[in-house]
Design a protein around this ligand. Structure first.
Ligand code: MG
Length: 229
């Protein structure tokens, strides 16, 4: 599985970040928005966030948008049919970000440090909001310096299973695909993207597929296998 592998190309959500994408009907989007000083009525902010989420959810699996995925800012401009003040748009984006953002459990911070002893680390990350909130969490938890290359889809609009974000980090790492291993929890996005890029893949988090080199219940179990040699 690991012979000749020098770098791990990690997925983020469901791989080392959890509790993301809180957009279900139980969410009160007005709470965070209110803390930011937003002035739109509760019902209106709820309707806007739900509409933006629906807009992006519909397009996310659509191959037509794989290399040109719309930003949250663009989605807002397309679903809201009135002129919003600049500050209001920023508060809506920040509210969307707040609900998209997950957390990194302490034990996953530890395993990332462990994996860095054995491999170069990169992450191929699909997010819809601007990356700054994620970079801040990476920095606060101390994992940011562990990564030699990062791809955030909201930087460039390329989403998995496109091969392009995987090739993008390989170029940053300066290694051939044979020396890389993708680690992720999604058969469609991670295994699919890895196959499209010609990179081996292992699945974590419960998903299984015959094309995966191996499967582990989570990144912790994978790290234990690495440490055990
Ligand atoms: Mg994932």
């Amino acid at each position: 599985m690991l012979i000749g592998k020098k770098a791990l190309l990690l997925d983020m959500n469901g791989t080392f970040m959890f509790g993301e994408d809180r957009f279900d009907d139980c969410q009160d989007f007005s709470a965070h928005y209110g803390r930011l000083g937003g002035t739109l009525p509760k019902e209106e902010i709820h309707q806007i966030i739900r509409a933006v989420y629906g807009y992006l959810s519909l397009r996310y699996p659509d191959e037509q948008y794989r290399h040109d995925f719309p930003s949250v800012r663009f989605a807002i401009s397309d679903v809201v049919d009135k002129v919003l003040a600049h500050d209001e748009i920023e508060r809506i984006i920040e509210t969307f970000t707040h609900h998209e953002l997950g957390f990194i459990p302490r034990e996953y911070v530890t395993v990332l440090h462990t994996l860095r002893k054995y491999f170069q680390l990169a992450a191929v990350i699909d997010i819809w909001s601007p990356k700054e909130a994620w970079v801040r969490i990476f920095d606060e938890t101390g994992i940011l310096p562990l990564f030699s290359a990062l791809s955030f889809s909201s930087d460039h609009g390329m989403v998995k299973p496109s091969a392009k974000p995987f090739k993008f980090v390989l170029t940053q790492l300066g290694i051939p695909k044979a020396e890389a291993l993708v680690v992720g929890d999604s058969v469609r996005r991670d295994l699919g993207g890895a196959k499209n890029a010609g990179i081996d893949c292992i699945l974590v988090g419960g998903a299984e597929h015959p094309d995966a080199c191996r499967t582990f219940s989570n990144l912790i179990e994978f790290t234990s296998a690495i440490e055990a040699g």
